[in-house]
Design a binder for this molecule. Structure first.
Ligand SMILES: *[C@@H]1O[C@H](CO)[C@@H](O)[C@H](O)[C@H]1NC(C)=O
Ligand SMILES: *[C@@H]1O[C@H](CO)[C@@H](O)[C@H](O)[C@H]1NC(C)=O
Length: 599
């Protein structure tokens, strides 16, 4: 979602009355940033309080490469990282993630292994539908079990844009709040993805927005947030619940005009380190504690939610590592402003830094000429000469500096000769030097991909391993610390998987996953699927479109997930609400929309 997507941020059609009200009842942060212009790294940063370069959500195999976790990525959130829900447990919190996880999809990265007590959602985004030959559809989980796949048990109609997912995610959130509110402190991470292309909404919302299908999706999210806040009031826990709304990256302008949001006055969008890529709507709500109707000009970051949440729970962040998140409570409760830098990374490269009102670009880049000529444009309709460049331009010797107050659109670089430039440069340089000298980069997680790790995590009756003799040479995911052979020495009998503990089950299914390494998936009844991977997996992930998988043959739909079981587990039907009427003269309150909402 983009900075300009909410009524309170000036979106002209004023279609977010609930979020606007949330802002009016709480605090609006106009200067709030994601930790990266892309989803996975930003989410990893949110849950660890650390920049992606520290927690491993970056790459080293191409300069300034944006990387995330599609199905074939081998890496994910390292065990050494301490996630917010893990830490909150110490204070008795029960945690649930609803929606998109995106911190790795192999068993060791499962959210329930990283502190969450419950999960309903998917390890990935709802891309697809895929052919189920080379690439399976993305699975959807309830806790340890796969309950279906997008486009199969969880339909998304690409023609009409209809999907019930936001309603399902809303029900999951409401159920969790009802179950926990009276008994335990709770942490709900509501990570919906309706505004990610292909955007979707449920029928009652489709066609109701002035803004097309994207607007329909925003309206459904807005309505859902309204229902959650209402429930907190009904349960009499509103004054004891801190709620934050934001997004993991700016609107993806490549999807414009039908499926893209608005980044307001800011330059470019998702994937870039211009303001449109990382400046986010952000709203904080805590009745009785955060005074109503406030605007804070604090430079904020999605990583601050980590530190702030710990502070609210009476906990301190881990001391054995660098934490980038700030405790925002002084800003939230006393209106204080704290000095802090914002670092804009693409992959391994520090592209820009903001300090106060000044932003210095050390590198500029949108995307390559090659991609641009194919019609991929991160800055449609915007061309700032020498700034929105299509080659990676090095300004480290003489950074481009903008004053974000006078020039939020980053169009008028300060004159190199001006006193203002010199003064800003010297302040920013010293902060950047400190940052870089102390920086200990994490082990990069997103360099290596392998077709074999796709679509893992079958149900409890999931696939078995192929006998070892089927293992083709060189068919092991690179970078797997367990090495090439271990998997194939083990055979997981069906009974064992069924009766095993939850974690063992997930392990079992991963093993199965990897069977595809070279030989094929197992089909619905335990019979081998017909897919056969003919070549060895790619050695690494490269910039640009992935190489076509060398697989042939048909993979049975939902392979690895018995058909009988599938029918039994189809998502429950959700009673859809009527669409609330808009009041165009309603409050122009304020607030943000997320991929990530917080409770
Ligand atoms: C959404 O749910 C309604 C009501 O249960 C159902 O009629 C409709 O087919 C569902 N739509 C999709 C795309 O799943
Ligand atoms: C942007 O404008 C500059 C200067 O006019 C021009 O050289 C460049 O090709 C333009 N870029 C695009 C993508 O149109």
């Amino acid at each position: 979602m983009g900075w300009g997507d909410l009524g309170v941020y000036g979106e002209p059609s004023r279609e977010t009355p609930n979020l606007d009200r949330m802002a009016a009842e709480g605090m609006l942060f106009p200067n709030f940033y994601s930790a990266n212009p892309l989803c996975s790294p930003s989410r990893a940063a949110l849950l660890t309080g650390r920049l992606p370069i520290r927690n491993g959500f970056y790459t080293t195999n191409a300069h300034a490469r944006n990387a995330y976790t599609p199905q074939e990525i081998v890496g994910g959130i390292p065990d050494s990282e301490q996630l917010l829900p893990e830490l909150l447990k110490k204070a008795g919190y029960v945690s649930k993630i609803v929606g998109k996880w995106h911190l790795g999809h192999r068993p060791q990265f499962h959210p329930l292994k990283h502190g969450f007590d419950e999960w309903f959602g998917s390890p990935n985004c709802h891309f697809g539908p895929y052919d189920n030959k080379a690439r399976p559809n993305i699975p959807v989980y309830r806790d340890w079990e796969m309950v279906g796949r997008y486009y199969e048990e969880f339909p998304i109609n690409l023609k009409t844009g209809e999907a019930n997912l936001t309603q399902i995610y809303l029900q999951e959130a409401l159920d969790f709040i009802k179950r926990q509110a009276r008994h335990h402190p709770f942490f709900l991470y509501w990570a919906v993805d309706a505004t990610h292309a292909p955007v979707y909404a449920s029928k009652p919302f489709l066609g109701t927005s002035q803004r097309g299908r994207y607007g329909d999706a925003v309206r459904e999210i807005d309505d859902s947030v309204g229902k959650m806040l209402e429930l907190l009031h009904d349960l009499h826990v509103a004054d004891n619940t801190f709620v934050f709304f934001t997004s993991d990256n700016g609107a993806a302008l490549i999807s414009a005009p039908e499926q893209a949001g608005s980044n307001g006055p800011f330059l470019c969008g998702k994937q870039t380190t211009f303001e449109g890529g990382m400046r986010e709507p952000a709203l904080a709500w805590w009745p009785g504690h955060i005074a109503a109707g406030q605007v804070s000009h604090q430079l904020g970051s999605i990583m601050d939610l980590f530190t702030t949440s710990l502070a609210l729970a009476g906990l301190t962040p881990p001391r054995d590592r660098a934490i980038d998140g700030l405790n925002l409570l002084p800003a939230l409760l006393q209106g204080r402003l704290m000095d802090r830098p914002v670092f804009y990374y693409r992959g391994d490269t520090l592209m820009a830094t903001t300090l106060g009102q000044h932003k210095a670009h050390f590198w500029t880049w949108t995307n390559s000429w090659e991609n641009f000529r194919q019609g991929i444009d991160f800055c449609p309709g915007q061309n700032v000469s020498g700034v929105t460049t299509h080659s990676l331009e090095d300004h480290t010797k003489l950074p481009l500096i903008f004053h974000l107050g006078r020039d939020p659109g980053e169009r008028f670089p300060l004159s190199f000769a001006s006193a203002e430039y010199q003064e800003a440069l010297s302040r920013i340089t010293s902060v950047v030097q400190q940052h870089q000298e102390a920086l200990v980069p994490g082990q990069p997680q997103l360099n290596v991909c392998n077709w074999a790790v796709m679509g893992h995590l079958a149900g409890p009756e999931g696939p078995r391993l192929l006998p070892r003799r089927h293992r083709p040479p060189g068919a092991t995911p690179e970078g797997d610390p367990r090495g090439p052979h271990r998997l194939h020495r083990r055979r997981v009998p069906r009974g064992r998987i069924q009766g095993a503990s939850a974690s063992a089950r997930a392990e079992g299914s991963t093993w199965a996953l990897r069977v595809c390494l070279g030989e094929g998936f197992w089909g619905p009844s335990g019979a081998p699927g017909r897919a056969r991977c003919l070549g060895s997996p790619p050695k690494g992930c490269e910039v640009g479109p992935p190489r076509p998988p060398r697989c042939a043959g048909a993979l049975p739909a939902g392979s690895g997930f018995p058909a009988q079981d599938r029918r039994d587990r189809v998502a429950r039907s959700v009673g859809l609400p009527g669409v609330p009427k808009l009041n165009p003269r309603g409050p122009a309150a304020s607030l943000l929309v997320p991929s990530a909402s917080w409770y």
